[in-house]
Design a protein around this ligand. Structure first.
Ligand code: UGA
Length: 436
């Protein structure tokens, strides 16, 4: 099938490359000629494991194309995916900014020349798909089309696996014809028995927000339990394991830490709160999750300060990991952004390492020191903070670390190490929600 993807950001590129891998003829379109030129030269603007290779393979095999020209790829496509950005609006009111979506729809509408399914892949407020349909009708009354909401559930760092082996595919549409086009697009997933959920437009749109909000609530819940564990002398790792073994609860997304970040949970929880408010419905559990998350990040500043005796001035803090999670170069809403600046402002020297996030961090925080490896981060440090659980931080040479540090204090914000092991190696260990 001929498919066009509008927007070559994270979702657009992953979707394009994976659909090409399914055997479709896919054209990824973006207005940004710089982006398209670099994609044509084989350069992928984001770090996502496996993506560069998948793009290259599908380009070489003649299934994946890049262009800045909208008309030819829209008029020849049976399906057009909208995968442009929907950032939180600059007004700071929790609204998702739909400017890019609506601009893309106005641009593409005149070029619809045969029956086409227009698919919302971007995360958008409830009602957007209907608005997209209205806009297309306005711009091109003769257009033969259906609009489908097909939310994505890709995790950064695991996006290819999530696309190729998803837990489910959600397809929101009222048109049987559009449903059959969608079934054809995702045909290879039928073969691996992927559950398909067919719903109306509004349900599909809300499912995406509800999924992210629920996962955020789970994280905030376990972070609160972690704080309680610290006070009563319990261990949250044991607690999470034990409650997670109850099938009704499930063990995933019960890892306490410095709070959730990234481009999705913080944005989508705020957008859901806004949708609820507009509809006069309370969403207190989601509001609490957001509030707890902000407090959790602030709590990490206190944790580090307290571990250093209450005053960080003149202290050197080695930091392992800056991105909001491993296997990404994304720093958006990363806990590091809330935790490190207050420590620096109080006079700490920040000595940071990240396998992928340092370029971006240098632009945001030129005042930090950046080092090329873990052991340089430990040099002369009064504390080493494990902020992001990159695999390369999981098997550190503890003797070497200790010999490099001024003070062997290990603050493990992801509970990667066992307190006993660190203590046996001569460190003072501080984790999240567990006894030192
Ligand atoms: C999330 C969802 O997991 C995806 O299903 C969804 O498609 C995506 O948002 C999106 O809306 O596009 P992502 O933000 O890439 O994916 O990353 P997650 O792995 O979900 O992690 C989000 C944050 O929660 C990270 O900061 C992570 O460290 C934190 N987290 C996650 C915890 O603190 N504890 C956990 O147990 C799990």
């Amino acid at each position: 099938m001929k498919i066009t993807i509008i927007g070559t950001g994270y979702v657009g590129l992953v979707t394009g490359a994976c659909l090409a891998e399914f055997g479709h003829h896919v054209t990824c379109m973006d207005k940004d000629s710089g982006k398209i030129n670099s994609l044509l030269a084989g350069k992928i603007p984001i770090y996502e494991p496996g993506l560069t290779e998948l793009v290259r393979k599908n380009v070489e095999e003649g299934r994946l194309f890049f262009t800045t020209e909208l008309e030819p790829c829209v008029s020849s496509a049976s399906a057009v995916f909208l995968a442009v950005g929907t950032p939180t609006s600059r007004r700071g009111d929790g609204y998702a900014d739909l400017t890019y979506i609506y601009a893309a729809v106005r641009d593409l509408a005149p070029h619809l020349s045969k029956y086409t399914v227009v698919i919302d892949k971007s995360t958008v407020p409830v009602g957007t798909a209907r608005q997209v349909a209205r806009l297309i009708r306005e711009e091109n009354p003769a257009a033969d089309f259906d609009v489908v909401s097909n939310p994505e559930f890709l995790r950064e760092g695991a996006a290819l696996a999530d696309f190729m082996r998803p837990d489910r595919i959600v397809i929101g549409t009222e048109s049987v014809k559009a449903q059959s086009v969608m079934k054809e697009i995702y045909d290879p997933l039928y073969l691996i028995s992927t559950p398909f959920v067919f719903t109306g437009l509004e349900s599909a749109e809300l499912i995406k927000y509800a999924a992210n909000a629920f996962l955020s609530i789970k994280i905030s819940f376990i972070n609160e339990m972690a704080n309680l564990c610290e006070e009563v002398g319990a261990d949250v790792v044991d607690l999470a394991k034990a409650i997670g073994l109850d099938g009704r609860i499930g063990g995933k997304f019960l890892h306490p830490g410095p709070g959730f970040g990234g481009s999705c949970f913080p944005k989508d929880t705020l957008a859901l709160l806004r949708i609820a408010q507009e509809n006069g419905v309370s969403a207190r559990s989601v509001a609490a999750a957001v509030e707890i998350n902000a407090a959790q990040k602030a709590g990490m500043v206190k944790k580090i300060r307290d571990a250093l005796g209450g005053d960080v001035s003149g202290k050197t803090i080695g930091v392992l990991g800056l991105t909001f999670k491993p296997e990404t170069d994304d720093l958006r809403d990363a806990p590091a952004l809330s935790i490190l600046p207050p420590l620096h402002e109080k006079g700490a020297r920040i000595q940071a390492h990240d396998p992928q996030g340092m370029e971006e961090s240098k632009k945001m925080f030129p005042e930090f020191f950046y080092v090329q490896n873990v052991y340089e981060a430990a040099e002369g440090a009064d504390a080493l903070v494990l902020m992001t659980e990159w695999n390369q931080y999981r098997a550190l040479d503890l003797d070497r670390l200790k010999s490099l540090m001024r003070n062997p204090l290990f603050i493990d914000l992801r509970n990667v190490y066992s307190p006993q092991r660190l203590q046996a190696a001569g460190f003072t260990y501080v984790g999240v929600g567990r006894k030192a």
